[in-house]
Design a protein around this ligand. Sequence first.
Ligand code: AMP
Ligand code: ZN
Length: 463
Amino acid sequence: MVEIRLTNSKTRKKEVFAPLDRENVRMYVCGPTVYDRAHLGNARPVVVFDVLYRLLRQVYGEGAVTYVRNFTDVDDKINATAQARKAAGAAGTLEELIRERTEETIGWYHADMEALGTLRPTHEPRATEFIPQMVAMIEGLVASGHAYAAEGHVLFRVRSYEGYGALSGRSVDDMIAGARVEVAPFKEDPMDFVLWKPSSDDLPGWDSPWGRGRPGWHIECSAMADELLGAEFDIHGGGIDLQFPHHENEIAQSCCAHPEGGFARYWLHNEMLQVEGKKMSKSLGNFFTVRDLLDQGVPGEVIRFVFLGTHYRKPMDWTEKKRAEAEATLRKWYRQVAEVSNSGEPYNAVVSALADDLNTAQAIAECHQLSIAGDLVTLYRTLQFLGLMGDTIPEWAAGADLAAYETLLFEAREAAMASKDFSRVDTLKAALIDAGVEVRMSKAGVELIPGAEFDPAKLEGLL
Ligand code: AMP
Ligand code: ZN
């Protein structure tokens, strides 16, 4: 069996991965808050943990991996959209409008992430469907002295958990000095964080022993992970921005609720995405969603390929240059594998590269080797394994069938040789080059190779 090694944020070491149960390897990844379209940065953890999911399925078997990724559907921004729609005269109760907003956002999320070749997790729990489990967990924490109720809130008593700060490597006192902790009169300690908070009448809320209210964000993940994966499971993932405080708080809640458990054994964090060397932000004008890119004609496979080019623990830069290179490489590979059939296993060197702490850049390098060596059956299967293609060549690349244009140019050249008038040949060549096609003419014939900038629309009317 292939040995998987992963960098565990908890120990800051690359460790051999040994699951608790090889028949049921369990992974939890923090999912999106469903208030709007996913931006390109949100897609990074989805692709990173999809690669890990695929690797685990390859090594332990397709039915031997349980992958949970939640939807956070309790959120002020969702409420704000629903309230705005209601104020604008939309029909339905606030609850219905909230449900409508989250349904629509989840639909977008599924479509956008599917375009990136990511598999659906085994379970995609919504926070609103696990409120009783959250309430029960909070009750347990209050009973064991790890939490206290105050003015309709329930707070986690951070100093009651000795291990607090271990994941992010901070001491509680450092955190107080540096953090933007919310000071509130009802808190025993500024570090204490909210497990439950009261809801006003115009906001969604659930009945609880502490009055009508709603859960804090951190308890959502703890309760859903516990319900679906148990008190101890293998891997917990998410963006590095979630390490503190979100993951630190998840650990504190879960380990205090289930001291026998231990919660997640391996913690994996992906670094952030930037755009042309800068943080992606609305104010810099470089903020865009996955859907924006897809609508501009950037294929999902190209986005995924660019993501795979950077190791998940390094910041990754989205650039126009990388997009163009990715598109050219994929066009070449798809053209190569177009004629082969799907059979066999992915290339073992690619599986080994991923087993080495998800070395996706190395995996791509190995694919280049397969392409050069002409081992196209293996390349085909490996591209599928990496999520870069399904059962057929993606339409955007399959559309690049230039055979008819090759014949056209070949015949025009034959005619020109006889007439000594090459103007038609020159016009055709110029049009092809303008459409992003490389034109190779030799005695033997004409070869047309679509480049990264290939635009089939520009060829319309030539034939
Ligand atoms: P959110 O919906 O904001 O809670 O984020 C959902 C996921 O996207 C989390 O795992 C974040 O860590 C991740 N994320 C947000 N922004 C970025 C970014 N710029 N680069 C990479 N991951 C990000
Ligand atoms: Zn979480």
